[in-house]
Design a protein around this ligand. Structure first.
Ligand SMILES: [Zn+2]
Length: 361
């Protein structure tokens, strides 16, 4: 038996009265709203009760007990659903939020986006149970960790052994007051500021993270990515190289092209690349990127991380990167298909699937 969904009409969705017989739900944000007629106080109460806490059959039974015809309730919920106004939660989603009024209030702003679109039941729970490791409390990594925690990711651990410098300061990340402190601790504080209940602990040896985000500029040549690939841990690049924000590729080991594939393409374009890359990776990179570049990169990366964790829309950066270059910072998608010479074997699998990749843009 399938579980009855728990319909949620987000509290921020306007319910406006047009006349004594008509209510308009939504329709003030560029999308079409839903007009409900006849809509007296009983329908207004029904709409106000769509708080995601009760299964649809209970909502329907209560409305019917108040005298609203059952088929009218069904029609109303179907109309709200097809208008994209109603979000369906699972019972497990409700249990996945931390207890207490503050956690509930924070979840109320985050949950509707997590539960958007078809098949949304269970996504919030998946996000809440996820563990993400952020490698590098950089000007992208620290705000990204905070964004993920604020978005409801249950466990966010930031790894960094360096000390905070004045140049690390960025909105939402490390602060000027952190100068001299260990960057890892300062990043944990940045996470706590937005979500005090986030689990910040390192993962135990027997639990692999759901995703590792590599936030140092030249992680493509980092030995770390080799071990992630070997261990089958999904990993994503989110960094600023020079002045350009880079998000992607998201590597699903054994399935998609990897960071070595991307490196091999760069070597094809320029045989000197390995010598250059080795020098780039050999020294501690200086903090870089304007604040707007870093924050946009962090937010763009967060969208991809959440897509991966929630299991809803497919992340845009599978076998691709999004590049954000000042001054416009409009994201540009660049494809990085599997390289036939890479030992990861993704190229052979791609050929087998005949998925139709035809090269970089
Ligand atoms: Zn590869």
């Amino acid at each position: 038996m399938t579980e009855s969904p728990h319909p949620l009409l987000p509290t921020a969705t306007p319910v406006l009265r047009l006349d004594p017989r008509t209510l308009q739900v939504g329709g003030v944000d560029g999308r079409r709203g839903v007009r409900v007629q006849p809509a007296g106080a009983d329908i207004a109460r029904l709409l106000g009760g769509l708080d995601g806490r009760r299964p649809e059959r209970a909502v329907r039974a209560e409305a019917v007990a108040e005298g609203v015809p059952g088929d009218l309730v069904d029609e109303l919920l179907a109309g709200l659903r097809s208008g994209g106004l109603l979000h369906d939660l699972a019972a497990a989603d409700l249990l996945a939020t931390d207890p207490g009024p503050a956690a509930t209030a924070r979840a109320a702003t985050e949950l509707p986006a997590a539960a958007s679109g078809p098949g949304s039941a269970g996504r919030w729970r998946a996000r809440r149970q996820s563990a993400v490791v952020v490698e590098g409390a950089t000007r992208v990594g620290a705000p990204l960790a905070a964004v993920l925690a604020a978005s409801g990711v249950g466990r966010v651990h930031v790894r960094d052994r360096g000390a905070t410098t004045a140049a690390d300061t960025v909105v939402g990340g490390l602060s000027a007051a952190d100068e001299g402190r260990p960057r890892g601790l300062a990043a944990a504080d940045a996470v706590r500021r937005v979500n005090p209940l986030t689990d910040l602990r390192p993962l135990p040896a027997d639990r692999a993270p759901d995703l590792v985000v590599l936030c140092r500029p030249w992680a493509a040549t980092d030995p770390l990515q080799v071990s992630l690939h070997r261990d089958g841990v999904p990993h994503l690049i989110a960094t600023v190289r020079g002045e350009t924000g880079i998000v992607g590729p998201l590597v699903l080991p054994g399935t998609t092209s990897c960071l070595r594939c991307a490196d091999a393409h760069r070597r094809d374009d320029d045989p000197a690349w390995p010598r250059l890359a080795a020098q780039l990776a050999a020294t501690e990179p200086l903090p870089s990127g304007a604040t707007v570049t870093c924050l946009l990169t962090a937010a763009t990366a967060a969208v991809q991380v959440l897509a991966h964790l929630d299991g809803g829309a497919e992340p845009a950066v599978l076998e691709a990167t999004l590049e954000l270059r000042p001054p416009g910072l409009l994201p540009v998608l660049r494809r990085w298909p599997a390289h036939p010479g890479c030992p990861c074997g993704a190229a052979a699998r791609t050929a087998t699937r005949q998925s139709g990749h035809c090269g970089r843009e």
